[in-house]
Structure formats: C-alpha cells, structure tokens
Design a protein around this ligand. Structure first.
Ligand SMILES: Cc1cc2nc3c(=O)[nH]c(=O)nc-3n(C[C@H](O)[C@H](O)[C@H](O)COP(=O)(O)OP(=O)(O)OC[C@H]3O[C@@H](n4cnc5c(N)ncnc54)[C@H](O)[C@@H]3O)c2cc1C
Length: 431
C-alpha cells in the first residue's frame, strides 16, 4: 500500500523571526506561488504550514495554462526533467459507454504549453516550496496559525503554534504588513469572518483511492485524464494516470448519494464502480494500493477577497468542483494576481482592501467561465458530443476553457447557446 505519510524534511523547521513584510498561511500551490514571487521582489516572507512537508494532497491533474505560472516561477525545466506523466488531452466517457473524441490540447494551440503533467502533489507542492525558498522566502512546517490578529479593521499579524515534531510546541505572535491566507479549503479567514458561502448547485462529495497495474492507453493517450460517467449519470469517476504504474481514481456525486446512512467509503465506491463497466474493465487486473479518502461540500466562494492588511488566495478564496481539474491552476494564477497586488501595496504603502483585492473582478470573471461549464456538465440534458454537433463553431471556446484560458471575454456566445441548461448565477449567489 502507498503510505500517505511522507517523511518530513527537517530543513523546514528553522526558527522564524518576530516580523516580516508578508506572512503567508499555508504551503500549497497558492502559498508557494505568492511567496516565491514576493521574495523574488525583495520582500521578507514567511510561509506557515501546519502540516509536514512534503504532504499528501488530492488534485493531481494539471491543465495546460498552468504552464505560464510555472514559467514565471522558472520551473518548466524541472517539470520537463521530472517523471510526472505527460498529459496531452482529456476525454469524456458518457454513461452509455460512449467516448467523446479526446480533446487534444495541441490541436487547438501548437505551443509546447499544450502539454501538461499529472503530478503526485506531495512532490509537486514540495518542488514549488523549494523554489520559494531558493528565491528567499522562509518556509516553516508544523506551524499552525491559530488566529489572525486584528487592530480595529486592520490585520497586523498572526498567532501561530510552532511544533518541533517531537511533541514540544510554543505559541508566537508574528507581525506582518500583509497577511495572505492560502489555507486551502480550511478557508481560515473566510470562515472566521463569515464570508464563505457554499454553491447550492454543487453540494458534491468525492471518494478516491489509488490503483496499481490498471490499464493504460498507449502513446499520446497514456497520460490522458478520463472523466467517466456512471450509468444513469448519478456520479462520475476521474481516471488520472500517475508515475510508477499508479492511477488515481475518484468518484464524485451528490453528497447525500455519496454518504448515505450506514455506508462506508468502500461500499459507496464499489457500488458506483459496478455502474461503470468501462472503468471496471480498466481496473480488471489492478490492485488497490492506497486506503480510501473522502471529502465533501468543497464548492464555495468568499464574499470578500481582501481587507485592510489581509488578502485571500487559492482555495482559501473559493473552489468550484474537481471535474475540469482547475484547482491548482487557479491557485497558481491567483497566486500571481495576489503577489502583484501585494507588491504594489507594499511599494505604495497602501495595504487597503481596494489595493490588495484589485484583482478580484478579473479573476472572478475567469472563474465564472469554469463555473458555467461545471453547471453544464451536471445538467441532465448536456453532453459535449451533442453540443458540439449542434454548435461546431464553439469548439475552440470549449477547448479554451478546458485548457484554462478563461480570462478572455469572448465565451459569452457559447454560454448563451447552452442557454436553459445553466441555472442563473443569482440563484447561486443569493443562497
Ligand atoms: C476531490 C478533489 C479533487 C481535485 N482534483 C484536482 C485536480 O485533479 N487538479 C487540480 O488542479 N485540482 C484539483 N483539486 C483542487 C486542488 O487540490 C486545490 O484547488 C489546490 O490544492 C489549491 O491549492 P491551495 O494552495 O489553495 O490549497 P492547498 O493545496 O489545500 O494548501 C493549503 C495548505 O494550507 C495549510 N493550512 C490550512 N490551515 C492552516 C493553518 N491554520 N495554519 C497553517 N497552515 C494551514 C494546509 O495544511 C495546506 O497544506 C481537487 C480538489 C478536490 C476537493
């Protein structure tokens, strides 16, 4: 069995100072991106990560537009030299076993950014944090932020519990000009300030595990993500090929259907596997090599993105749904937006909400494109094949969104064509 507990890297245990320009809560892709870019600009930065490093995390499939954040961080050569499988496409398999033609990203854009990777997050996230350290940020693991301190409206720092990994711990106040919350789905500040609201259309849950020796396509398709709907479309499975002949296979559906009374993760997963013959066939000769993991109710947003001296980033600001593998990309792209805003704020000596949250409108407009396509995916009447047969002119819009090119205004006509199947946004916002 693969162990999700990795040996901790003790180089991330060095003592921290009393004061920094920027304190970052959380060492995932958002925290690592923000801290690397700010340290590169000469700001003093500390990342406080409550877990150990490296650490296991769900979310292995990248999408092509992540390339540009990785390039800005100087990491493309490291990714190219890694053993992470290359991903050239995504393919949707409908409940009737019908496979849509794969969406090959390079048929849309011949630039090398069209090839991306399937990554073990422990290794990938550590690569990002090592890069932040190389650029001058300090990263401290076993550092749980207990409180963001407030003086009136302003956040002048945090209170953190530091453990040495051998059972000893101490609390410390760390002062900062800006606190960046990259705490992932814990959404530390958004929860405490009551800014978080769940998406009523996406009350989903997921159960996942890893398999060894499962069927792998060949050549260009070897590293493809498959999205396989079960018969009756109550749930869908992701199929993400990783290195060492391991495949990540996760099942997503309505929370109440995924976690009924008396069920276990295993019973639900096996029940749904039986409704997905195409997947059963792929797993015929495979062995499960990790325990089951489960998570739920992860689609939410935050009403505010920033306040005086604090700003949210990545999942700490919001997350949509795993179906298009957009999470790491948005965490890193968001990390770029936030780093640029914090740099401007520090340069101008203006750490107001308006300055720190200057990116919110542009970012949220991009996220809405993913959200609308997620709603379409879950609409009973929708499938990609029939939509494209009726509206072939929108193929490039669709692929744009699948690769992550969502920060463009010209997708409106496609969503108008999808029309009725997408619930109006106001319903989601007001719930
Ligand atoms: C079921 C599921 C499947 C997914 N699949 C994919 C996929 O295939 N591809 C993809 O791109 N995305 C996927 N995602 C989303 C992706 O995993 C996240 O969007 C991504 O990890 C967000 O990065 P982040 O840095 O914002 O948060 P995280 O990666 O979650 O990092 C947050 C960090 O903050 C730390 N932290 C939390 N609270 C504190 C505290 N109080 N003090 C200190 N540290 C703290 C945590 O320990 C954690 O390490 C999936 C998500 C789900 C739920």
């Amino acid at each position: 069995m693969i162990q999700a507990n990795y040996p901790a890297d003790s180089s991330f245990l060095s003592p921290i100072l009393d004061s920094y320009d920027v304190v970052v809560i959380g060492g995932g892709p958002a925290g690592a991106t923000v801290s690397a870019l700010l340290a590169e600009q000469g700001h003093s930065v500390v990342v406080l990560e409550r877990g150990t490093i490296p650490r296991f995390h769900v979310g292995e499939s990248l999408i092509p537009e992540t390339y540009w954040s990785l390039q800005r961080l100087g990491l493309i050569d490291k990714l190219k030299a890694s053993s992470f499988p290359k991903k050239f496409s995504v393919q949707f398999v409908s409940d009737g076993w019908k496979e849509s033609a794969p969406f090959y990203f390079d048929m849309h854009n011949s630039h090398e950014s069209s090839q991306t990777w399937q990554v073990e997050r422990a290794d990938f996230d550590k690569m990002l944090l090592d890069n932040a350290v190389e650029k001058g940020a300090q990263v401290r693991m076993n550092a749980q932020v207990l409180e963001v301190l407030f003086e009136g409206e302003r956040a002048p720092g945090v209170k953190v519990k530091l453990s040495d990994g051998s059972g000893n711990s101490e609390s410390k106040v760390v002062n900062a000009k800006v606190v960046v919350d990259c705490s992932g789905t814990s959404a530390f500040l958004s929860n405490r300030l009551k800014l978080r609201s769940s998406d009523p259309h996406l009350r989903k849950g997921t159960i996942w595990t890893y398999w060894k020796g499962a069927y792998r396509d060949e050549g260009k398709d070897e590293g493809a993500t498959l999205i396989m709907q079960t018969e009756g479309k109550k749930t869908w499975f992701w199929y993400i090929p990783l290195s060492d002949d391991v495949v990540s296979v996760g099942c997503t559906g309505e929370m109440s259907y995924m976690f009924p009374k008396g069920s276990t993760a295993e019973s639900t997963y096996q029940r749904e596997l039986e409704c997905c013959p195409a997947l059963e066939k792929r797993l015929e000769n495979a062995e499960q090599c990790m325990e089951y993991y489960a998570t739920k109710d992860y689609s939410y947003t935050s009403k505010e993105a920033a306040g005086d001296g604090w700003v949210l980033c990545g999942d700490a600001f919001g997350f949509i749904d795993p179906v298009y593998s957009s999470g790491v990309y948005l965490a890193m792209k968001g990390g770029e937006f936030v780093a640029d805003a914090v740099h401007d704020a520090l340069a101008l000596g203006d750490t107001s909400a308006a300055r720190l949250g200057a990116w919110k409108e542009t970012y949220s407009a991009g996220v809405e494109n993913f959200r609308k396509l997620v709603y379409a995916f879950y609409s009973p009447g929708f499938n990609f094949g029939s939509f494209l047969r009726e509206y072939p002119q929108f193929k490039s819009n669709l692929v744009d969104i699948l690769i992550g090119a969502v920060f463009k205004p010209e997708h409106d006509a496609m969503f108008e064509a999808m029309g009725e199947i997408i619930p109006p946004m106001e319903e989601a916002e007001s719930a």
